[in-house]
Design a protein around this ligand. Structure first.
Ligand SMILES: [Zn+2]
Length: 342
């Protein structure tokens, strides 16, 4: 099994091969897709390729595992000393902090036989909060000659701080997860954000842009769900029943609204991550979640330093968290949005 056996993933494979050939291998990759099995195959072949014995110094632009050398065979049979696979524990279905601590015992040691040490986190979204925070420390100070490959079918469950430190590769499916409406809105938002100035007035315009969008979303949900409610059809029903339908409708609208609001903010988070990548010099249009905004993203990145770009990510994470509590929405959004730097 080699890259050439996975023609459906030629786009992410080409990107990996290119960074290998350029000698610019990242410390951490996040492979996103719909099937963990396929992501595992892809990760396995990537790890084999970077350690394949047929390559000496440097890699060709079409580097692929030979599948025959000792290193390739050991990795294939899961008995290579420098390649670890971390999976959710079978009972709890989570990757525990103990597993991460075990990993950290060895991760800073030099590779014993490989060119690159590699750790594949299968279902990285199953890291619990403790484990994620422990792992984050490693990502922040990545050991030399080590590559982390995170696999996820549910990236929205990953901590923003982890997501932002990985190079994302979309392996089918996941790239389309940002709904079109949210994509369009981020486009509008970015046009306001890129305007020079950046004073308080500009920030209020951004907040206003978000509030307008949320109001429109709420109205649309209200209309759609009301028209589907039985209240409309059976207005002569028992008043108690009508009362119950009304409660159910209100709760339904609220739940859907919260979902759509989280979706919009998540889309914004993705764009802020593109900016963060651009600030840190690892932005590639083909890797971006919003390739169509590449110019704007680069322009804003040019005005920020990495502290500010990282802070932006944290602000959005805090805002999302606040919205899950019972803090008043307008207040939570104001606290967050007015602090963003563009
Ligand atoms: Zn080989």
């Amino acid at each position: 099994m080699a890259f050439s056996d996975l023609p459906q993933h030629s786009a992410p494979i080409t990107l990996l091969q290119r960074s290998l050939a350029n000698g610019r291998l990242g410390h951490a990759y996040l492979l996103l897709g719909d099937s963990l099995d396929e992501l595992e195959l892809l990760a396995g072949n990537f790890v084999k390729t970077i350690n394949c014995e047929q390559f000496g110094v440097g890699f060709p632009t079409d580097a692929d595992a030979c599948d025959r050398c000792l290193s390739c065979r050991k990795i294939e049979h899961l008995n290579h000393a420098d390649v670890q696979w971390l999976r959710p524990e079978s009972k709890t279905r989570i990757i525990s902090v103990e597993q991460i601590r075990d990993l950290m015992q060895t991760v800073y040691l030099k590779p014993t036989e490989a060119r690159f040490k590699a750790t594949v986190l299968v279902a990285a979204d199953r890291l619990n909060v403790q484990a994620a925070n422990a792992f984050l420390k490693t990502l922040e100070e990545p050991p030399a000659n080590t590559v982390f490959v995170l696999l996820s079918t549910e990236p929205q469950r990953l901590l923003e701080t982890i997501l932002s430190r990985c190079l994302r590769l979309h392996c089918g499916g996941a790239a389309q997860r940002i709904p079109e409406a949210a994509q369009g809105w981020v486009g509008t938002f970015s046009q306001v954000a890129v305007q020079p100035g950046g004073g308080l007035f500009a920030r209020y315009r951004l907040l206003d842009e978000l509030l307008k969008q949320l109001a429109a979303v709420k109205e649309e949900i209200g209309k759609t769900m009301t028209s589907q409610s039985p209240i409309e059809k059976y207005d002569d029903a028992d008043p108690k029943l009508i009362e119950r339908w009304k409660d159910e409708l209100a709760a339904g609208i609220e739940a859907e609204y919260r979902r759509r609001r989280a979706e919009l903010l998540a889309a914004l988070q993705y764009w802020l991550r593109d900016i963060w990548l651009a600030v840190s010099g690892t932005f590639e249009t083909s890797l971006a979640v919003f390739p169509q905004l590449a110019d704007t993203t680069q322009k804003i990145a040019g005005r920020l330093d990495s502290t500010k770009a990282t802070k932006n990510l944290e602000i959005l994470e805090t805002t999302q968290r606040l919205l899950h509590t019972n803090v008043q929405e307008a207040l939570a959004l104001e606290i967050g949005l007015l602090k963003l730097a563009f």
